[in-house]
Design a protein around this ligand. Structure first.
Ligand SMILES: Cc1ncc(COP(=O)(O)O)c(C=O)c1O
Length: 386
């Protein structure tokens, strides 16, 4: 058909050579997905089964990231969400209904705890918080209505390593599912499904992204039945993922192994050095015997990443702990972690009777990719400022 120029802006005949091969995954953007003929139109979320239907369910860029996370975690299939916290709320909303009961450890990422307390309880879900070190003792907390047990290992800030196999056994005997926030392990240092977990989630924002410049989450299901429940909910919750962010995460994946190796080794070295310092009461690094659950880490994990916490001795005031953080020049102050920049954040657990008694004396460190001797010098500078 002979088209006017304004029509050609949209329906063009211009051609480029075919056969371009590159090492990077193209960024496919798209909300509308084209069907070949009128009768082929269908709105199905499962694009693996029915083919592409709408950008909300993922363009090829997003699906490639999902499949590659799934491959690394040995799951059945993975869905992506616009952030790690969205993965958490999404799992809860997809699987729970009024009258259900869930178990959440005290050591869980704080917004996960708040979602349970403030949103789920409002919708009639009963929530019990539990001691993360309970292991098989969790059996005593299970009720006929218990649907989910949340786990995070090691826990946020206080770093307790959980007995995931024992929790899974107790849960499965009672017909409940176990969900693991597997972010600290980047989905690779702990084989969640091999240890019995039913659903994992990660904040890909952290190690997979790796450069503090994107927000993404993943939800990986052990089997098709669970994946189908999650997928149907994703269609209705409408949590779409940007292909540009997925493309950055795909780039992050290429260097994940070397980053984790370097960061893990540096964090271990600095944790051991800090453990020798007289200002320290305890170092909460899963690979050190001082960390609650260290023996479980030795049994179940294949390595450690770059986040750990340090607890100052009792004589140090809150002001002194803050002065330590402020005196650091290379460690920046900020939330999130797992990027290439080292970070330090002081926490205050006074008044929280459910967390170990570390009070105002706990600081979480994220080790980045700076020269380790410079980081050691920086920490020594901070300690001098106490
Ligand atoms: C353990 C853990 N899970 C989930 C999240 C949430 O991830 P996002 O920041 O991508 O929402 C975080 C963020 O700090 C986290 O530390």
């Amino acid at each position: 058909m002979d088209k006017k120029w304004s029509t050609k802006l949209i329906h063009f005949d211009a051609k480029v050579p075919e056969g371009f091969r590159s090492l990077s995954t193209p960024v496919y953007r798209g909300s509308t997905v084209l069907f070949s003929h009128a009768a082929a139109v269908r709105d199905e979320w499962d694009q693996y089964e029915f083919g592409y239907s709408y950008g909300l369910y993922g363009t090829p860029t997003v699906l490639q990231l999902a499949e590659r996370i799934c491959e690394l975690e040995h799951g059945h299939r993975t869905l992506l969400t616009p952030g790690g916290q969205c993965a958490i709320s999404f799992i809860n909303l997809a699987l729970l209904k009024a009258g259900d009961h869930i178990l959440v450890p005290h050591s869980i990422y704080e917004p996960n705890r708040l979602f349970a307390n403030e949103v789920l309880q409002r919708f009639g879900v009963k929530v019990t918080f539990y001691d993360p070190t309970l292991g098989s003792g969790i059996e005593a907390l299970l009720r006929p209505s218990t649907r989910l047990i949340w786990t995070e290992s090691p826990g946020s800030v206080t770093m307790e390593v959980q007995d995931i196999p024992a929790i899974c056994q107790a849960a499965h005997r009672a017909g409940a599912m176990v969900i693991l926030d597997n972010t600290w392990s980047a989905g690779v240092l702990f084989d969640a499904f091999g240890h019995g977990v039913d659903i994992t989630m990660q904040a890909l924002t952290k190690y997979v992204g790796g450069h503090s410049d994107l927000l993404l989450g993943s939800v990986t299901a052990r089997d098709k039945q669970t994946f189908d429940r999650l997928g149907a909910a994703q269609q209705l919750l409408g949590a779409a993922v940007s292909p540009d962010d997925a493309s950055l995460a795909l780039r992050g994946l290429k260097t994940l192994a070397v980053r984790l190796r370097a960061i893990g080794a540096a964090a271990m070295d600095l944790a051991q050095w800090l453990a020798e310092r007289p200002e320290m009461e305890i170092i909460l690094h899963p690979a050190l015997p001082s960390c609650p659950g260290h023996e479980l880490w030795r049994r179940d994990f294949t390595g450690s990443s770059g986040v750990f916490s340090i607890v100052f001795r009792e004589e140090f005031s809150k002001q002194q702990v803050l002065s330590f953080v402020d005196a650091l020049e290379l460690f920046e102050i900020g939330y999130s972690w797992a990027g290439v920049t080292s970070l330090a954040v002081a926490y205050d657990f006074r008044g929280n009777k459910n967390r170990p008694n570390y009070g105002h004396r706990i600081v979480r460190l994220n080790i980045g990719l700076e020269d380790i001797e410079d980081l050691r010098e920086d920490l020594a500078r901070g300690l001098k400022a106490l």
